[in-house]
Ligand binder design. Sequence first.
Ligand SMILES: Nc1ncnc2c1ncn2[C@@H]1O[C@H](COP(=O)(O)OP(=O)(O)OP(=O)(O)O)[C@@H](O)[C@H]1O
Length: 228
Amino acid sequence: MGLKIDRVSHRYPQQEDFVLKDVSITLEDSQIVGLLGTSGSGKSTLGQIAAGLLRPVQGKVLYNNEPFQALPAREKKRKRIQMIFQHPEVSFNPRISLDKSMEEVYKLCGKAYNTEARREMAGQFGIYPEQLKRVPAQLSGGELQRLAIARALLPEPDILILDEPTSMLDVISQAQVMRMLLALQKKRKLSYLFITHDVALCRYVSDKIYTIEEGVIVEDKQLNPAVV
Ligand SMILES: Nc1ncnc2c1ncn2[C@@H]1O[C@H](COP(=O)(O)OP(=O)(O)OP(=O)(O)O)[C@@H](O)[C@H]1O
């Protein structure tokens, strides 16, 4: 079960060099797997491949033992893996109110977006319902990231790919978002691929850590074998 990246190599169009070279990683159910690496090592590329947003040049992505990349985008399973980005604004249309954006996602997921649902969602993710009337640029980074998490959870995914979810936030918002993510992971038994360059944070939250250097996995450290 879970997600298996199997011998994946990737190079971008019109580029000579491979940015991922024969990478294999596994994400078991309800596990937090850290992906550590310096800037340019290939973390985001691997995250996008894991989320099904990018198709690798070589190798396979298996979701619950089935080839994930072969599924059409609208396929339900695709929504079982969601991605949270470093810049939360990319998750929302900048020109429409957050209320409108959220309403669209609720509808897509076949859920009613009424006053009650709005109030409950806002409360759970630490937003005032009135703030939803604003466009994304009118919220703080932390508020917007919490809403991006709310949005990503609507299709009820099993896996979240977290690409440096707190690195653009101030220290207080970082702690709030991290606390929220850890509580949600426990409550909903989610699996996280936690992409970061923060070694201390990665060690603190992860059950297992992969380190990537220049597109190659160089270390695979099991921190908490009891969880697996
Ligand atoms: N769309 C693209 N086209 C061409 N090259 C790209 C593209 N996106 C990333 N790259 C290159 O691929 C390599 C890996 O980039 P990637 O963003 O995956 O690294 P990263 O570890 O996430 O870096 P950072 O921590 O700075 O976000 C880099 O050399 C980058 O310049």
